[in-house]
Design a protein around this ligand. Structure first.
Ligand code: HEC
Length: 167
C-alpha cells in the first residue's frame, strides 16, 4: 500500500498535480474533452439533456449546452452538480430547479440568503447570474455576474441538463 501510494504521489508530482488534491478520479484525465458518453448511469444522454431543457421556457429551452459547460467553468471552483456531490465554497446544485432558495441540507448559507423565500426557476437564476449582490445584498457568493445574456441562458440550460433527475 505504502509504496503504491508513494508511486502515485511521485507520478502526481511529476505531472505537476501535487497541489490538486480535490480530484475525485485521478484515473480520468478528461478535463479537456468533455465527452458525454454516459460513462456513469446517472449521466443523461445528449437526447435526454435536450428533452430536459425543452421543458424550460424560451430562450432557455434552446440554450447552447457546450457554451453553458464552458462558461460553467467559473462556477466549478465553488459548486458541484452531481447528485450527492459535496458542498464546496458554495452549495451542491443538484436539483436546484424547483428547490427553495437556501435549502440545501447541511450547507451554511448567509443570513440574507436564508431570509429569501422564492423557489429557483429560470427567471430567478437569470437575475442571480446577472449580479448576485444586486439581487441579494450581503450574499457571500462572490461571482460578479455574466454581462452577456447569452452566457446566462446557456449556463441555465446547462444547469437544467446536469442537475435534473432523469426518469
Ligand atoms: C467564488 C465561489 C462561487 C462562484 C465562482 C460561484 N458561486 Fe454560486 N454560490 C457561492 C456561495 C458561497 C453561495 C451561497 C451564497 C450565500 O449563502 O449567500 C452560492 C449560491 C449559489 C446558488 C443558490 C443555491 C441555493 O441553494 O439557493 C446558485 C443557484 C449558484 N450559486 C449558482 C452559481 C453559478 C451558476 C455560478 C457560475 C456562473 C456560481 N454560482 C459561481 C459561491 C460561488
Amino acid at each position: 500500500m505504502r509504496s503504491l501510494a508513494l508511486t502515485i504521489a511521485a507520478v502526481a508530482v511529476t505531472a505537476g498535480l501535487a497541489g490538486c488534491n480535490k480530484s475525485s478520479n485521478s484515473q480520468a484525465p478528461t478535463n479537456e474533452a468533455a465527452t458525454s458518453a454516459g460513462a456513469t448511469p446517472a449521466e443523461p444522454t445528449d437526447a435526454q439533456k435536450k428533452a430536459l431543457i425543452a421543458t424550460l421556457p424560451a430562450p432557455y429551452s434552446t440554450g447552447d449546452l457546450d457554451n453553458g459547460e464552458a462558461k460553467f467553468a467559473i462556477c466549478k471552483s465553488c459548486h458541484t452538480l452531481t447528485a450527492g456531490g459535496p458542498d464546496m465554497t458554495g452549495p451542491n446544485l443538484n436539483g436546484v430547479f424547483g428547490r427553495k432558495v437556501a435549502s440545501k441540507p447541511g450547507y451554511n448559507y448567509s443570513d440574507p440568503m436564508k431570509a429569501q423565500a422564492f423557489t429557483w426557476d429560470t427567471d430567478h437564476l437569470d437575475k442571480w447570474l446577472t449580479d448576485p449582490k444586486a439581487m441579494i445584498p450581503g450574499t457571500k457568493m462572490t461571482f460578479v455576474g455574466f454581462k452577456d445574456p447569452k452566457d446566462r441562458i446557456d449556463v441555465i440550460a446547462y444547469l437544467k441538463a446536469e442537475t435534473s433527475p432523469v426518469s
